[in-house]
Write a protein that binds this ligand. Structure first.
Ligand SMILES: Cc1cc2nc3c(=O)[nH]c(=O)nc-3n(C[C@H](O)[C@H](O)[C@H](O)COP(=O)(O)OP(=O)(O)OC[C@H]3O[C@@H](n4cnc5c(N)ncnc54)[C@H](O)[C@@H]3O)c2cc1C
Ligand SMILES: NC(=O)c1ccc[n+]([C@@H]2O[C@H](COP(=O)([O-])OP(=O)(O)OC[C@H]3O[C@@H](n4cnc5c(N)ncnc54)[C@H](O)[C@@H]3O)[C@@H](O)[C@H]2O)c1
Length: 466
């Protein structure tokens, strides 16, 4: 690193400690490049995923199923929060050391603001630092959107997901606004811990992207757990009282209200570009507020890249990681990778059991003109999968959408124990042209969840006529 006390210059500057940025920082540092990574919060080394996103929420999913007979609910929840915070703290320091421990990489803690297209200022007043770099990566993630409901923003019962997972008092009554991935996962976690959860979704249903049978199976599980799901709803007002808030909503032309001890805003996350000074760098944004990028993730200034949630792509950690591969390919490779060459990207919604999906739904495949065979079975009926009974989780179903002409798997929806693992095997099969018959007839370990494929793929419930 060169520069005076208040100035650093580097080959690569990374703004934000997200997945993609830290992967590029580590790789370029290993190649001997001088790298500076600026992270605004010492609670966020490693970014959203290990601190307040994927890792702590999945650790809570796990713990929400582990109540011992003599556990008092509040004490059990508080212990789970404490354990999960200890875990995130471990990952946080591991992330910091992994980067800052390298001779070539410096982690700077402070909020970065562009002053021109090669320079950022970190901090203010006498303490401020200037970092200048040849190449800059913006990896600032996203931040929760708070819907414009009168009284909500000012409510002392309003929490973001990051705040809720650190709160040691279990809300007795939790209202969640938004029935997407985040809202459903939190509904599932908190209902299992013992909260009474009401989930408000403005759309006509939850999981509308999925086929009706898959969505209905998932919805039934959530309802059986005791979650109150209110769809086609307009949350009209939040009014604070002494012991909680009154949430008033309109549905089917009628007004009603519930009382809540906590309200979670789960209505989406917007690219985090506020206060970055993008204008000073000449970096353009889209009308949705994301940083505009080409297929190689270059912004309107070609030496500045944007990775992860901030570029408006799908908001998943593994997409941010894949963004890092594209950027590294631009910086040191052949420049062949792009966002357009991604095939079959899986997703997992971590309710219990998880819902993992990839590729086309039956509805989408029909709309695209494919002649189909549909393989489907409820988990409880998959004879070749005793694992579901072994681990006492027999709820859900598995569904495959198969092209009847080529036997290629076009898509799958697995609502099942271990679905977050199973979906990666299906995805690999789809990427490499492994047919449905080959996946069906493969030899799998026993007792495992994968061996369900032996049965499910042999159970054709619908086949289109040639
Ligand atoms: C509750 C929750 C659960 C989730 N669960 C999953 C899951 O199970 N699986 C999955 O794949 N995805 C999940 N996601 C989404 C996933 O966490 C994000 O897609 C991913 O973390 C985005 O990573 P990123 O690289 O874009 O940046 P982030 O990891 O968001 O990092 C951005 C960093 O930039 C910092 N920053 C912002 N502005 C500045 C600035 N001006 N100067 C310096 N630093 C700045 C921030 O403090 C932050 O640390 C979840 C998200 C949430 C909120
Ligand atoms: N397991 C995972 O991979 C995982 C888990 C959690 C979050 N995430 C990521 O985080 C991102 C944010 O998640 P999210 O669920 O907040 O966003 P989302 O955009 O997926 O869902 C938001 C939901 O809120 C609803 N909504 C919007 N305004 C509303 C209002 N005023 N009242 C009621 N409902 C309203 C929308 O119709 C939508 O269903 C997602 O894009 C997802 O990729 C991923």
């Amino acid at each position: 690193m060169t520069g005076g006390n208040n100035a650093l210059s580097a080959d690569i500057l990374v703004i934000g400690f997200g997945k993609g940025g830290k992967a590029v920082a580590a790789a370029m540092g290993r190649q001997g490049k001088r790298v500076v990574l600026v992270e605004q919060s010492d609670r966020m080394y490693g970014g959203t995923c290990p601190n307040v996103g994927c890792v702590p929420t999945k650790a809570l999913v796990h713990r929400s199923g582990k109540r011992r007979p003599d556990d008092e609910i509040q004490a059990w929840y508080e212990r789970a929060v404490g354990d999960v915070q200890a875990l995130t703290s471990l990952f946080r320091s591991g992330n910091f050391e992994a980067l800052n421990g390298a001779d070539t990489v410096t982690v700077v803690t402070g909020h970065a603001v562009f002053t021109d297209d090669h320079t950022v200022k970190v901090g203010t007043g006498d303490d401020h630092l200037t970092v200048t770099a040849e190449t800059i990566l913006i990896n600032t993630g996203s931040e929760p959107v708070i819907p414009a409901v009168p009284g909500l923003q000012e409510s002392r019962y309003l929490l973001t997901s990051a705040e809720l997972i650190e709160t040691t008092g279990l809300p007795r009554r939790l209202a969640i606004i938004g029935g997407g991935y985040l809202g459903i996962e939190f509904a599932s976690i908190y209902q299992r811990f013992g909260s009474q959860v009401t989930l408000f979704e403005s759309g006509p249903d939850i999981l509308t992207h999925e086929d009706d049978d898959v969505a209905a199976a998932a919805r039934d599980i959530l309802s059986e757990e005791g979650i109150e799901i209110v769809t086609s709803v307009r949350v009209e007002e939040v009014r604070d009282g002494e012991g909680g808030a009154t949430v008033t909503y309109a549905k089917d032309g009628r007004r009603a209200s519930i009382e809540a001890d906590a309200i979670l805003a789960a209505t989406g996350r917007a690219p985090a570009t506020r206060g970055l000074g993008l204008d000073a760098a000449g970096v353009r944004t889209t009308e949705n507020g994301a940083i505009a990028v080409d297929e190689h993730l270059r912004t309107s200034r070609p030496h500045i890249f944007a990775l992860g949630d901030v570029n408006g792509g799908p908001q998943f950690t593994y997409i941010s990681l894949d963004d890092s591969r594209i950027v590294l390919d631009q910086l040191t490779g052949k420049g062949e990778r792009s966002v357009t060459d991604r095939v079959a990207i899986p997703r997992t919604l971590f309710m219990t059991p998880p819902l993992a999906t990839v590729g086309l739904t039956e509805r989408e495949a029909r709309a695209a003109g494919h002649r189909l065979r549909i393989a489907e079975q409820p988990v409880a009926e998959i004879v070749s999968m005793p694992r579901a009974y072994v681990v006492e989780e027999t709820r859900g179903l598995m569904k495959f959408v198969i092209d009847a002409e080529t036997d290629q798997i076009l898509g799958a929806a697995l609502l099942s124990v271990d679905a977050q693992e199973l979906i990666n095997t299906v995805t690999l099969a789809m990427r490499h042209g492994v047919t449905a018959a080959e996946l069906r007839d493969a030899v799998y370990t026993h007792p495992s969840s994968t061996e369900a494929f032996n049965d499910v793929l042999a159970t054709i419930v619908r086949a289109d006529e040639p």
